[in-house]
Design a protein around this ligand. Sequence first.
Ligand SMILES: [Zn+2]
Ligand SMILES: [Zn+2]
Length: 348
Amino acid sequence: MIAMMLHGGGDLRRETVPDPAPAPDEAVVRVRACSICGSDLHAYHGKHPRLTFPRVLGHEFAGEIVALGGAVTGFHAGQRVCCDIDLACGRCGPCREGRGNLCEQLKTMGFDRDGAYAEYAAVPDFNLHPLPENVSYDQASAVQVLGISYHAVADRVRPKPGEKVAIIGAGPIGLGAALIARSLGAEVTILDILDYRLALAQRLGIPATMNANEGDLRERALAATGGRGFDKVVECVGGFQERTVADAVRMVKRGGQITIVGTFPENKATIPIAHIKDREIDINFSRGNFQAFAPCLELIASGRIDPERYISHRFPLARAADALRLLEARDVEAHKIVLHPGAGAQGQ
Ligand SMILES: [Zn+2]
Ligand SMILES: [Zn+2]
């Protein structure tokens, strides 16, 4: 098969490699759509902490089953699926407590083993999720990242109908969090420093937006909430931690709650502990996607969330490096970029 093989930082090569064969508990999936994640960019530059080389990246994907291991039941060749990528050990303390996203030995397709920047990928049966008939492969390639937003909002933020929730960051995870919070009845305000992301959020039905570089965020938060501050603030940026965590503290109400979703490369953020204590502000955290594929597929199948509306670009797999550079450049309005194995090198 054709695979995009990463041999080191910036060294992504189109190669012909053996087709994967399924282990007894695996299916081989013909990849029809694989979305690019921001973490793929770190990996592409050789900066992902767990990455080893050579490696096939790609962890947001959907396709059809073409081969099944002997121990797999309940799936058939030709079946359309999207694929979870987390490989929890199932035996450690967190796994036994039903929190596999906190597994002590968590491994992930696309980083610890080969992913889906390829024509085929081998996937354990417990990570296969059948696609509803009206969900396209492109839409399904958005489920893994939408699931991160879903776990964060449904399990950790837990907004009540009518609560005023601010989402900091309108990238794929923040936008997904806003859409899910809205679907749960929250009154959502979304912040970013890129106006085109805020415009996209508005087109998707989140009318309340703030450019985080304009004005005093505490004053604007008070003005937006009748002088109280937001009930809940969700941090979905990660990269600018010294600022975004401080912004969250300034925007939340007394007795409110902050949920940290963004991934922080270092332990740089500080919190004003006395301020938080005096106001009984709760802070919790969210890691990864946990049991979120089924509810996210339902949100898409029912039309409440349509990833087609935030897929900005499509590239043939062979142009994966171009797609990564486009995402990185930030000089075009790139949101979600989908790779298509099997498309001609000139592509769409
Ligand atoms: Zn990702
Ligand atoms: Zn485990």
